[in-house]
Ligand binder design. Sequence first.
Ligand code: ADP
Ligand code: MG
Length: 293
Amino acid sequence: ATPTALLVGTGRGAQMGILIKGPEVLESTRKVDTVVLDKTGTVTTGRMTLVDVVTEPGTDRAELLRLAGALEDASEHPIAQAIAKGATQETGALPAPEDFANIEGQGVQGVVDGHGVLVGRESLLAEWSQHLSDDLARAKARAESEGKTVVAAGWDGRARGILVVADTVKPTSAQAVAELKELGLTPVLLTGDNEAVARQIAAEVGIDEVIAEVMPRDKSDVVRRLQDQGRVVAMVGDGVNDAPALAQADLGLAMGTGTDVAIEASDITLVRGDLRSAVDAIRLSRKTLSTIK
Ligand code: ADP
Ligand code: MG
């Protein structure tokens, strides 16, 4: 390949807000047939808001918000920020937790106002024998069928309620997915979130293949498994937990709105944080390489 054409390609990319690490990256883009898309922050805005709180009988809504909010205030996860913000708006300043620990891909734990508090996936609470009542489980299923994300909160050995947060699909994601398909690429949605939420978001943007409930450390294994099937994989992500998968992929594309760790692990940075830029990047590389041929 002529280096000049590749350099022109990377220069054109920069003008379009597509930062390409080196000219050779354009070559690896050519054979891509599968595009794995992280859900939160990539297909969706990642800006979630707290939309509902359901408590067990006997549990005070304000106390649930205060205890869960205090823990989440110490976490940077988009779900956590939504809960902390909603809790602050409703109950005022939150106390600082003690013994705070982030349990990657699962939730948070710590001590607030003398209570040992857990906030996160239902399965995390279940590990501590904090099981949702039938009423809470029903409320959770209903919210999830609407594509919302539900986290559970419990303290002193009992599940106490659920917090419902909703994320929204970026306005350009459906169009980007349609364009990927037109280019003959297969989009795959990859997320740590549960199957119901993932299916709902996938349906909204037109993705058929969904891989859900994947722990952060397992995201790169999912990419490797697709590669073992003979697929050439591009991965688009934004989070710290996406970095190993971005590095494992044949082509890693990071949202410029995402974390530095994801950007460093990637071959291409999409400055605009718009999924259509991923399509533009693939088109650009095809065009650049066809002028070389
Ligand atoms: P994604 O792959 O969609 O970016 P993560 O892997 O970061 O999601 O998280 C997976 C799941 O773990 C979340 O959907 C949520 O249920 C739970 N979780 C992770 N961090 C937190 C937190 N700070 N508070 C509550 N729940 C959390
Ligand atoms: Mg993410």
